[in-house]
Design a protein around this ligand. Structure first.
Ligand code: SF4
Ligand code: MSK
Length: 645
């Protein structure tokens, strides 16, 4: 067991790792030990862009090496980093495109089951996009909104309209630098072009395109996904649910929804609730159908329907090992190929649903928006039929309550009230020091660091030091499992000022803001703080920061880059992919201050990471003239032991 304590801070995961060991079954937690990595790849100094290579530059002597074509280490590292941004932006944005296409079909009445739920938000978004409202029908307005969003992917001219929402000084800076995003697809394509053999060989110039592409993700593809999903499925409001493998039920058909796009999962939620499906489940001896989520799909259906979460990305294999999952339904992104092989050892059916993502050892039920509910019913039926094949189950009894469903709209209303919606109370709480700063903690899990443990430590220390924490993705799920997304946490951990704010508004000090594409909500919230006034003229003036302590996906790099280019100080943990080039690293970590008034940073030690974030926040408070001298709350060993969940 001691070995597993080091692998994860999550009790349910420890139990399942024990089971995996008994069964001699590999998981990401054990496979990682066999992958020792490569010093060149880790430092970003390996180039495989053309067949004269691969070329590798010794990261210990970067100035001495060159690729066959003469590429320097700076160029190689910058190209690799920019390509990570392109990959991440493509993933978020292709999700946004799928949502926009379905949105238009729904508005035209061509996608039964989908509807325009949040009419108020539709009108707000329409106004931002310059869509005429007048006396027009909701459906006509929605078609135009969807088409305007689709245009942002491939328009030949102009700028991405949603990026117009950014504060004026930020937009002026982007235009001066030439990084205002033009069209989402174009920015991804241009990175791929500029980083191919013999094109852009100036690392700073490559990174200008890196920033423009990332901005096209944050203020384009991701924002389109979030805004249109809210309009179609409803803007989340806070609700209570539960999280961890203990949400699986021994006496019901368990279906896990895993991946990213809520287009299908929304329909599965609908289908599973139909009386005919419930009766079908009863007919096979089950007491009902239990849905649970993993990864970002989990966050989507949690925040809109209260569907419980089975776990985060590193728990996908562990959930199957419970033997209690009849079907794991996946679409795109963060789905480990290992689950297909693993399903051969238990009865679980892995069901792929997207033509973009198939895998061996899985059954494929293609999901079509035009008859989505029929696809969903077929999927639920497969799970029900599989219930009879269930063997011995092993469901850990660990689960925790959480409150989720926060966003810009709710912050506006909860603090200002429906009739005077405003960020004024939030800004005032920051100005008078009751809230020291606001920190976005986002990103994945990575088996190269102890699962959940880094997130929990960082977040506990941030709230203990007076910061309001906004979370998305698998990071949010890590701390929810540790019970940090409950209002009572404010009394137990936070200093008086933050506790008073949380108590007055009835919120936890750690707010679950949704999935990875919902990081666009944090851009909107930061912009609203600037526009409210009293905290400077630009996002870079605000006492806020972002971090991804356990990141792994290139999507996290895209997110980090759009946050930095938007004015956030951003610090990543685990490892950093530009260390092979001291020049490129200095550019991102230091010189970016003169470019974007915000920098990247890297700090794998969670305690030091918090220290860096607090110093950054305090320096911003100082510059704004709202600094107050305060001691840092440091965690002693007894407090750290409490981090074990
Ligand atoms: Fe080597 Fe240059 Fe080809 Fe990269 S592009 S593999 S550095 S020759
Ligand atoms: S799911 S991108 S592991 S957060 Fe968005 Fe989690 Fe990272 Fe995938």
């Amino acid at each position: 067991m001691s070995e597993n304590i080091e692998k994860t801070a999550c009790e349910a995961s420890k139990k399942m790792l024990e089971k995996a060991a008994e069964l001699e079954q590999e998981t990401a937690f054990t496979r990682v030990e066999k992958q020792k990595g490569c010093a060149f790849g880790e430092a970003g100094t390996c180039c495989r862009i053309c067949a004269m290579g691969p070329c590798r530059i010794n990261p210990k002597k970067p100035e001495e090496g060159q690729g066959v074509c003469g590429a320097t280490v700076d160029t190689i590292v910058a190209r690799n980093f920019a390509r990570m941004i392109a990959g991440g932006s493509a993933a978020h944005s292709d999700h946004g495109r799928a949502v926009a296409e379905t949105f238009i079909m729904a508005a035209k009445g061509e996608a039964p089951g989908y509807e325009i739920k949040d009419r108020m938000k539709l009108l707000e978004v329409a106004a931002d996009l310059g869509v005429e409202i007048g006396e027009r029908s909701i459906e006509d307005i929605a078609v135009d909104v969807g088409e305007k969003c689709l245009e942002m992917f491939g328009q030949a001219e102009g700028e991405i309209t949603f990026a117009e929402r950014a504060p004026e000084p930020r937009k002026a800076l982007w235009r001066e630098l030439g990084v205002f995003p033009r069209a989402i697809d174009r920015e991804v394509v241009e990175i791929m072009h500029r980083t191919s053999i013999g094109v852009d060989q100036d690392y700073k110039n490559i990174m200008l395109q890196g920033a423009r592409c990332a901005l096209a993700d944050g203020w384009g593809g991701s924002m389109i996904a979030t805004e249109l999903q809210d309009i179609m499925f409803g803007t989340p409001v806070p609700l209570e649910s539960s999280i961890n493998l203990g949400v699986l039920k021994d006496d019901e058909v368990n279906i896990i929804l895993h991946g990213h796009e809520p287009l299908l999962s929304e329909m599965v939620v609908l289908a599973a609730g139909l009386p005919e499906m419930q009766e079908k489940a009863k007919a096979v001896g089950a007491n009902g159908i239990n849905l649970a989520g993993i990864c970002c799909t989990a966050n989507e259906i949690l925040t809109r329907h209260g569907v419980p979460i089975a776990g985060n990305v590193l728990q996908q294999e562990l959930a199957i090992l419970t033997g209690a999952v009849e079907a794991m339904v996946v679409d795109v992104q963060c789905v480990y190929q290992a689950i297909g092989q693993l399903s051969g050892c238990v009865h679980t059916k892995i069901i792929t649903t997207s033509p973009k993502a198939k895998m061996p050892h899985a059954m494929h039920i293609e999901f079509h928006e035009s008859d989505a509910i029929e696809s969903a019913k077929k999927i639920v039926s497969v799970a029900i039929d599989n219930y009879k094949n269930r063997g011995k189950t092993d469901i850990p009894d660990n689960k925790e309550r959480l409150i989720a469903g926060f966003n810009h709209e709710y912050v506006n209303y909860m603090l200002g009230g429906r009739y005077r919606a405003s960020y004024r109370p939030l800004n005032d709480a920051v100005i008078d020091g009751r809230i020291r700063g606001v920190v976005g903690v986002v990103g994945c899990n990575n088996p190269r660091v102890p699962h959940d443990a880094i997130h929990i430590q960082v977040v506990r220390e941030l709230i203990a030091n007076g910061c309001l924490v906004l979370m998305t993705g698998c990071a949010a799920q890590s701390v929810a499992k540790a019970g940090l997304m409950l209002p009572e946490v404010a009394r137990e951990i936070c200093p008086q000022g933050l506790y008073e704010v949380c108590e007055a508004v009835g919120i936890p000090p750690v707010l679950h803001c949704g999935s990875c594409v919902d990081n666009s909500r944090l851009l909107i919230a930061a912009t609203a703080m600037v526009k409210e006034g009293g905290l400077g003229e630009d996002i870079s003036d605000l006492p806020l920061a972002g971090c991804a302590p356990e990141w792994m996906s290139e999507k996290a790099i895209a997110i980090g880059q759009y946050f930095v280019a938007s004015g956030f100080y951003v610090v990543f943990g685990v490892k950093w992919p530009t260390l092979g080039s001291p020049d490129m690293t200095d550019y991102l970590f230091e010189q970016y201050r003169d470019v974007y008034k915000a920098t990247w940073d890297y700090e794998p030690d969670p305690e030091k990471m918090v220290g860096k974030i607090l110093s950054h926040i305090d320096s911003k408070r100082e510059a704004l003239g709202i600094a107050a001298k305060r001691e840092r709350v440091l965690f002693d060993m007894a407090m750290r032991r409490e981090l074990q969940i």
